[in-house]
Ligand binder design. Structure first.
Ligand code: CAA
Ligand code: NDP
Length: 291
């Protein structure tokens, strides 16, 4: 099936990155969020990231202008009804995602492919609540979307071959690489990555190391581009905790127990970079460890 128009629900850090790469690749994009402030912030971020690409000469000023012209923002979810493909990238909470699909469904064309950028939630379960489980898939981009090459493709139990093949070619058209994962909690990347982050939080909680020594150890000792606590702040501590809870509940194994310190940070509203405080405090010139 030919995809020309793409609707994106949720204009947070993932939604804006997904809008950026689709529009840059020539797709018409409709970006939706519940708050105008979220849409304005997303457009400012897209502009900043495109500007950086222009100054590095990876794209031209003309490419940037054309990309921005291909993105329309809207607060009305029903405006996404005529899109060929919808990507839900709202907050990692199942009830929020279900409510979005329920509200959107009556406005969709019968042929629209519906996807979720969820980091961990069962695609089969999300699909079963929609009117089109055969045209529903997990479409998992990595953060930051304009930089990371991988996109995980997750088929639910009912997803048909045509839907899978369409998304395979969409990923190719974006110049990215797909990896297929089975529909189990956290899929591949987060099944491995987020327990590592959780273990880093336990290492901090138990006093084995400070924020700085833990991050430095993994950067200089294991060649990771970001330390695990820096990465947790980058992903969002709410999202990390939500993923651990899905792993813990879905796999019923205590080895996935979320670290109580991670829960405490989320309870404080210290969600990482997006709230300017997490394992580091980002309110000043340079990040300062909070422990
Ligand atoms: C939770 C989930 O469900 C799944 C996930 O996404 S898990 C998270 C996966 N992501 C990661 O693990 C990211 C780990 N971190 C990194 O790879 C790197 O630190 C990073 C790419 C983010 C930044 O790299 P860096 O070397 O520290 O910084 P910097 O030199 O400024 O950036 C490298 C490149 O990325 C670009 N870049 C960085 N952040 C960007 C952004 N937000 N948007 C667009 N481009 C960006 C820079 O322009 C630069 O481009 P060039 O190579 O063309 O020069
Ligand atoms: N962070 C990461 O590294 C990655 C995250 N993901 C997944 O992507 C999804 C989004 O994550 P991320 O972008 O980080 O989260 P953010 O918190 O940055 O963004 C979520 C956005 O969705 C908005 N939103 C909430 N409810 C609705 C709704 N009903 N309709 C429309 N928009 C809504 C939020 O608005 P408001 O702020 O007003 O609530 C916010 O703007 C999650 O499922 C996450 O697991 C996938 C890969 C990587």
């Amino acid at each position: 099936m030919k995809i020309s128009t793409v609707g994106i629900v949720g204009a947070g850090q993932m939604g804006n990155g997904i809008a950026h790469v689709f529009a840059l690749s020539g797709y018409q994009v409709l970006l939706n969020d519940i708050a105008q402030e979220g849409l304005d912030k997303a457009m400012a971020t897209i502009r900043k990231n495109l500007d950086r690409q222009v100054s590095k000469k990876t794209i031209s000023q003309g490419d940037m202008d054309a990309t921005l012209a291909r993105i329309t923002t809207t607060l009305a979810l029903e405006d996404l009804g005529q899109c060929d493909l919808v990507i839900e990238a709202a907050t990692e909470r199942e009830e929020i995602k279900n409510a979005i699909f329920e509200k959107l469904q009556p406005h969709l064309k019968p042929t629209t492919i519906l996807t979720s950028n969820t980091s961990s939630i069962s695609i089969t379960r999300l699909a079963s609540r929609t009117d089109r489980p055969e045209k529903f898939m997990g479409f998992h981009f990595m953060n930051p979307v304009p930089v990371m090459q991988l996109v995980e493709l997750i088929r639910g139990i009912a997803t048909d071959e045509a839907t899978y093949q369409t998304l395979l070619s969409v990923v190719e058209s974006l110049g990215k690489i797909s990896a297929s994962a089975e529909d189990f909690p956290g899929f591949i990347v987060n099944r491995i990555l987020v327990p590592m982050i959780n273990e880093a939080v336990y290492t901090l909680y138990e006093g084995v190391g400070s924020v700085t020594s833990i991050d430095q150890s993994l950067k200089l000792g294991a060649n990771q581009p970001m330390g695990p606590l820096e990465l947790a702040d980058f992903i969002g501590l709410d999202t990390c905790l939500a993923i651990m809870n899905v792993l813990y509940d879905g796999l019923a194994d205590t080895k996935y127990r979320p670290c109580p310190l991670l829960t405490k940070y989320v309870e404080a509203g210290w969600l990482g970079r997006k709230t300017k405080r997490g394992f580091y405090d980002y309110r000043g010139e340079t990040p300062v460890p909070t422990r």
